[in-house]
Design a protein around this ligand. Structure first.
Ligand SMILES: [Zn+2]
Ligand SMILES: [Zn+2]
Length: 135
C-alpha cells in the first residue's frame, strides 16, 4: 500500500472530507489491508501524512465528525484516557439531574482501577426503595 494507491481510492467531498471507496469495514469504519494487516483508513492516512500514532491513542474527528471521512487533517489524536476525562469533565449532573457538588458526590473505585462519580441523592433514593421493597 502506498499513498498513490490510497489516493486513487479516495473521493474528495465538496466539504473537504475524504471518502475511501474501496469498501472494507470494521465496526462501521473504513479499513484497508496493508501487507495483510487490517488498519483503519484514518489511522493509515494519519501516519502517512501527519505523524505516528501510539498504542493508547485514538483519533477524534475534530473537523467534520464524519466516521466515513479518512482525511488525516480532519482528525486529532487523543489518548483514550483523555477522551474519557473530557467526557467526565463535561458531566456536571447525574442522569437524574442532581448536580455533582462535592457534598452530593462520592467516588466509586472499580476493581480495574477506574473511578466513577456517583450521586448521593440517587444512592439514597435507591436505598430507600430497596428498604421499602424488602420491609
Ligand atoms: Zn472530514
Ligand atoms: Zn442523582
Amino acid at each position: 500500500m502506498d499513498k498513490d494507491t490510497f489516493l486513487q481510492r479516495v473521493v474528495v467531498q465538496p466539504n473537504g472530507c475524504w471518502y475511501y471507496t474501496f469498501k472494507a469495514r470494521s465496526h462501521g469504519y473504513p479499513v484497508l489491508s496493508d501487507e495483510g494487516v487490517k488498519v483503519l483508513c484514518t489511522h493509515w492516512a494519519y501516519q502517512e501524512w501527519v505523524g505516528p500514532i501510539y498504542d493508547d491513542m485514538v483519533l477524534d474527528h475534530v473537523v467534520c465528525d464524519d466516521r466515513e471521512c479518512v482525511n488525516p487533517w480532519h482528525v486529532q489524536p487523543t489518548t483514550r484516557g483523555e477522551n474519557s476525562r473530557r467526557a467526565y469533565a463535561k458531566q456536571t449532573h447525574c442522569r437524574n439531574g442532581h448536580e455533582f457538588t462535592p457534598d452530593n458526590t462520592y467516588i466509586q473505585t472499580h476493581s480495574d482501577g477506574t473511578k466513577n462519580r456517583k450521586c448521593r441523592t440517587c444512592h439514597r433514593a435507591q436505598m430507600k426503595k430497596y428498604r421499602t421493597k424488602h420491609d
